[in-house]
Design a protein around this ligand. Structure first.
Ligand SMILES: [Zn+2]
Length: 182
């Protein structure tokens, strides 16, 4: 498959991230983790025979998070992709934990559920969820899923996702989930 792998959020011109930051709770910055993770996930997807295009918003160029949407949708909808995967981390009070994969379409649901099953081997299973209010799920021609891999605001979730080895474990599970869905 031709997969568009997008990193949610961006680093704005003024130096601030548009993502959540769980560092003060012993967690991590959502954008920073997802950007590092995207490289490892791309490698694992390529290993399975997919063609992967990584989409990361240009850093220190945008002045508002609103520019992220047009930038990403333009690339996705002018490319010839079979699937869109957007990377996020959840954020809430420090005790909230676990993994969830969001989808809108029936085609997206199949991928979401298989990835959810795999990610639940590491994180608390919050279930795959249908959402109708997210532009990455609404605005793309190919089916899209949005991964809220864990809570960046939860210290024990982050412990399981910190560093290269843990990230690679998670990337392998997601690649396996996609294989199971095909
Ligand atoms: Zn996010």
């Amino acid at each position: 498959m031709r997969i568009a792998l997008t990193v949610g959020h961006s680093l704005l011109k003024n130096g601030s991230y548009t993502s959540a930051d769980g560092k003060k709770n012993g967690g991590c910055n959502e954008y920073v983790w997802c950007k590092a993770f995207s490289k490892q996930l791309a490698k694992n997807l390529i290993k399975e025979g997919h063609k992967v295009t990584c989409i990361i918003c240009p850093e220190k160029k945008f002045t508002s998070y609103k520019q992220e949407k047009d930038y990403k949708l333009n690339i996705i909808n002018n490319g010839n992709f079979d699937l869109v995967i957007e990377l996020h981390l959840n954020a809430a009070t420090p005790s909230a934990e676990g993994t969830e994969v969001l989808y809108k379409s029936t085609a997206g649901k199949k991928y979401a559920e298989h990835i959810q099953t795999q990610l639940a081997k590491i994180f608390k299973n919050r279930g795959a969820k249908q959402r109708n209010d997210l532009y990455i799920l609404n605005g793309t021609n190919p089916p899209a899923i949005l991964l809220e891999t864990f809570f960046c605001t939860n210290a024990s979730d982050y412990k399981k996702a910190k560093g290269h080895i843990n990230r690679n474990k998670i990337a392998k599970l997601i690649a396996k989930g996609i294989q199971n869905a095909i």
